[in-house]
Design a protein around this ligand. Structure first.
Ligand code: MRU
Length: 348
């Protein structure tokens, strides 16, 4: 939780998600009571951001167990398998989704043979644990990362890697929140983040809730501001980090990293270990989601491109590790990340 909102909350046996499609104008908490409903919400971007997607998916399995717990043993297990399938098919890039599903699968395997109600309870406990850990991890990242920011720093961020993208506090925005809590004055320049406008709609709103100074810019204004010395650091989140330190994050991140290098500005990536995928050797192997043409040809009911124009809409890109000044993790700051340094993170 940050300020006055919850990204996800468990209430009276169901999951409530802050509908991020309605922000910044409406704060609404639709209710979800099955794995399919949660998967649809993830796909439709009711909830988005790598860690928040992972938390929601874990709750999705728990909801399904609860829903099916009165059924026969076979139907119960088959229904849970379907829940895993439908949730893992909801979005492909953020590895936190698969990481969280693996955690609840482990709990399910350990509870096999127990009463359905007990299994359902254990799955729910695990979902709660994943969400609570996420909040603690973000606070730890905030603590480590805040040391990288000087008093008065003007920090550019891309997309929304805030409380809205996590169980609370945020990754990139968590570093900013922690720096401010430690007494530094920090202001944010938020890229609007075409085409889904997570920066304009979500980051700007979230920071306003906490009265953190934020200035919204068009994505293509970042180079000018950097060239004029108006940006001191870039901090972004990540959807998946490869074993060699390549970073998949919201489309446009790569361009920001190139600009930051050109202008000698540090480019930081705040990511929990659950976002690092040691099974993927380099960024080239990270699956990149492509979404519908309507996200490019217009927004909501408004269309500005000609009908039937050919469109590509990849929604993530990969920033090579060599452009990353440091990864900020819950285990500390990893400067100039590479294969060896990332492997060590998992050993300590
Ligand atoms: O498509 P989205 O809005 O889910 O993309 C989110 C991002 O790219 C975030 O930067 C990333 O998930 C990090 S969130 C802490």
């Amino acid at each position: 939780m940050a300020g006055s909102f919850h990204t996800l909350r468990w209430r009276d046996g169901v999951l409530e998600l802050l509908d991020q499609r309605a922000l910044p104008d409406h704060v609404e908490y639709p209710v979800f009571d099955s794995a399919r409903a949660v998967a649809d919400a993830i796909r439709a971007m009711v909830v988005r951001g790598a860690p928040a997607i992972g938390c929601a998916a874990a709750y999705g399995v728990a909801l399904e167990a609860q829903r099916l717990s009165a059924g026969s043993g076979e139907a119960f297990l088959a229904g849970l398998e379907q829940a895993f399938d439908v949730l893992s098919g909801s979005r492909p890039t953020a590895v936190n989704l698969f990481w969280a599903l693996a955690r609840v699968r482990h709990v399910l395997d350990a509870a096999r043979g127990m009463a359905h109600a007990v299994i359902a309870e254990r799955l729910l406990d695990e979902a709660h644990a994943i969400a609570a850990e996420d909040l603690r991890i973000n606070q730890a990242m905030g603590h480590h990362g805040s040391a990288l920011l000087r008093d008065g720093a003007r920090v550019l961020t891309h997309c929304n890697a805030g409380a809205l993208a996590t169980a609370g506090h945020g990754t990139a925005l968590g570093v900013i929140r922690s720096a401010i809590a430690s007494g530094k004055k920090v202001s944010v320049i938020a890229d609007e983040t075409r085409p889904f406008l997570q920066g304009a709609r979500l980051t700007a709103w979230e920071l306003q809730q906490d009265e953190i100074p934020v200035t919204l810019i068009a994505d293509n204004a970042a180079g000018l501001l950097m060239s004029r010395g108006e940006i001191d650091a870039v901090i972004v989140g990540a959807d998946r980090v490869a074993a060699n330190g390549d970073v998949a994050n919201k489309i446009g991140t790569y361009g920001v990293a190139v600009l930051a290098r050109r202008h000698g500005i540090p480019f930081y990536v705040a990511c929990p270990l659950s976002t690092i995928d040691p099974k993927v050797a380099t960024g080239a192997a990270i699956p990149i989601e492509e979404r519908g043409a309507e996200e490019i040809t217009g927004f909501g009911a408004v269309r500005w491109a000609p009908r039937a124009v050919r469109v590509r809409n990849p929604v993530f890109d990969v920033t090579p590790a060599e452009l990353v000044s440091a990864l900020i993790t819950e285990r500390g700051v990893v400067e100039s990340p590479d294969y060896g340094k990332i492997a060590r993170l998992f050993k300590d």
